[in-house]
Design a protein around this ligand. Structure first.
Ligand code: ASP
Length: 292
């Protein structure tokens, strides 16, 4: 079905947010590190699912991103995280919502991938993680000073050498959100989607707005016609109807990668089998200027 055999592509992001000048370097180097981890998987013929998990695990370990270590706190001062992985070759979805006490929510989502339920939340998600040998931790270990006010999700989208696509998200949600709140990040069709016949997408930003628009579904509906960047741009144009900023990354089934955001900043890293080194941008203006 795909004409991309042998080619691969990977795109990651560090969240739709505003980046302080002193955090720019950490955002850039973090995204490059995440790209390198996923690209290593794809270059040796590994799967898109494995690559997306590898990239997101790096972002979850770095305190500059609101995912895993460095997650923001809810209104009760706790870290509650959401994450998802989708395999475009089988349409399997694994997702966890408001999970606490795990180091890598995306790996719990990966363990869920071949299970019948697509989404587990709260205590049930934690029990599943424990029973499936996830790396557990004290919830307080995930909190850093810098992240108490931040708002952003991380995400990755990959196309592997067999033409299979995958998308993943991971987030600590929105700072000060109601305990138990879930945004778009663990909801297929909202914060992410992947289908080998069409493309794959991951979003970040105001989760309630993204979910109300079913933004991932909108992007999947127009990616073939518009290409990834334009498909995301058109979906995000609708954000004014629901409020809030957002950003998205996508790859279509032919391996074309694209991204767009209406947040002040949105760090994106990208590498494909056709490019030699990872590229990284802090915002779309930098990408446009480099073509200018
Ligand atoms: N989309 C995430 C959420 O609403 C957070 C973010 O990306 O800013 O939970």
């Amino acid at each position: 079905m795909s004409n991309s055999k042998g080619r691969w592509a990977l795109i990651v992001h560090g969240g739709a947010k505003e980046i302080e000048p002193h955090e720019e370097e950490a955002n850039r180097t973090g995204c490059i590190e995440a790209v390198n981890a996923g690209a290593e998987v794809l270059a040796r013929g590994g799967s898109a699912v494995e690559a997306v998990e590898a990239s997101i695990r790096v972002l979850e370990s770095l305190p500059v991103f609101n995912a895993g270590t460095g997650s923001v706190l809810n209104n009760k001062g706790e870290v509650e995280m959401c994450a998802a992985l989708m395999d475009g070759s089988t349409l399997d979805v694994g997702a966890v919502g408001v999970i606490k006490g795990v180091k890598h929510p995306v790996s719990v989502a990966r363990s869920m991938l071949r299970q019948d339920p697509i989404l587990l939340s709260g205590e049930g998600a934690f029990m599943f993680a424990r029973d499936n040998h996830a790396e557990l931790c004290d919830p307080a270990d995930l909190v850093t000073e810098e992240q108490k006010e931040a708002q952003d999700t991380v995400g990755a989208v990959a196309l592997d050498q067999n033409g299979n696509l995958a998308a993943g998200t991971s987030t600590g949600g929105l700072s000060g959100a109601l305990k138990g709140r879930m945004g778009d990040s663990p909801m297929p069709g909202c914060g992410f989607y992947a289908d080998d016949h069409i493309g794959a997408v991951a979003l970040s930003g105001h989760g309630e707005g993204i979910a109300r628009l079913a933004a991932a579904a909108q992007i999947m509906g127009s990616i073939e016609r518009n290409g990834p960047e334009e498909a995301i741009r058109k979906a995000l144009e609708q954000m004014h109807r629901v409020g809030g900023d957002a950003g998205g990354i996508a790859i279509d089934r032919q391996g074309r990668a694209g991204w767009w955001h209406n947040s002040p900043d949105f760090t994106v890293g990208m590498l494909t089998s056709e490019t030699e080194r990872p590229q990284v941008w802090l915002r779309k203006d930098e990408d446009i200027a480099s073509h200018g």
